[in-house]
Ligand binder design. Sequence first.
Ligand code: PEP
Ligand code: MN
Length: 338
Amino acid sequence: MIVVIRPNTPRAQIDEVIEEVRKLGYDPRPIFGTEQSIVAAIGDERTHHTLESLLALPQVEKVMPVQKRYKLVSRESHPKDSVIDVDGLPVGGGRFTVMAGPCSVESETQLLTTAHAVKAAGATILRGGAFKPRTSPYEFQGLGSEGLRLLSLAKKETGLKIITELLAEAHVDEVAEHADILQIGARNAQNFQLLIAAAKTGKPILLKRGLSQRIDEWLLAAEYILAHGNPKVLFCERGIRTFETYTRNTLDLAAVAIIKQESHLPIIIDPSQGAGRADLVKLLCRGATAMGADGLLIEVHPNPSKAMSDGQQQVDFAAFAQLMEELQPFAVAAGRTL
Ligand code: PEP
Ligand code: MN
């Protein structure tokens, strides 16, 4: 970190700053100017105390961090793309993975017909919410444990891997027993205790971006999981809140390029929550694939108009099959194998 001292500060007060920097565990290297001086603080900013508290001293003008605050998720720490093992299925590292299924698990017939349909079209992972985070307490909250049982049944019947949301710490063991990937939803993106509990299961974790989360905050949320011993993280961009009202959220495709630069971990795009409109899903899938995403998370329902949640954004089986067929050239263009 660089500590900038206010102009014309007497030497004794600069020495006071130098001493404080030393006390906080850094090696202070002062540079004295004729008017203004700075103190470079040498040390790992990620593991030392932050020097921002020095701003409380009247002679300190600015404290500027030099290092990024995340380490384990960074591409610097791991230059090669990470491949995440999802119960034997590799995700990332040049492969393109499609996860598809209903927003919510609603019934055995709904889930199993969807599982067969998405598998036939080329998906390898089945999504389905058993515990649902709903804005209103009067809306369908998911089938809970029964939903998890149905997901396991669908896995047994189709061989598809399972992704489902972990909504609360109290459900960790039960959800981990049925899921191959734990989904952390946008509303829990910075629920750090939940992230730690999820990390401890050792299961792969799909970490959705929060509704108003900056990318650095998202990277730091993933850092929590890695720092607690679980390197199996998939980022998932699902749209952020903006002023725009044509779409439910604004899908930030620039995040694909940024996450690829900053991190070695795969990134998955969810165009369903991203747009909130079934008619945009196909085009957003193409865009995300061409941008170099490692996969997609798509909501598919046998009859979207009858869905118990997110009906407006779910595609039916025919639309999903067509979307998958048309995706191939975009995956090839991005150097991915579908
Ligand atoms: C979902 O995938 O159905 C969901 C609730 O996602 P998000 O957390 O992105 O809103
Ligand atoms: Mn949904």
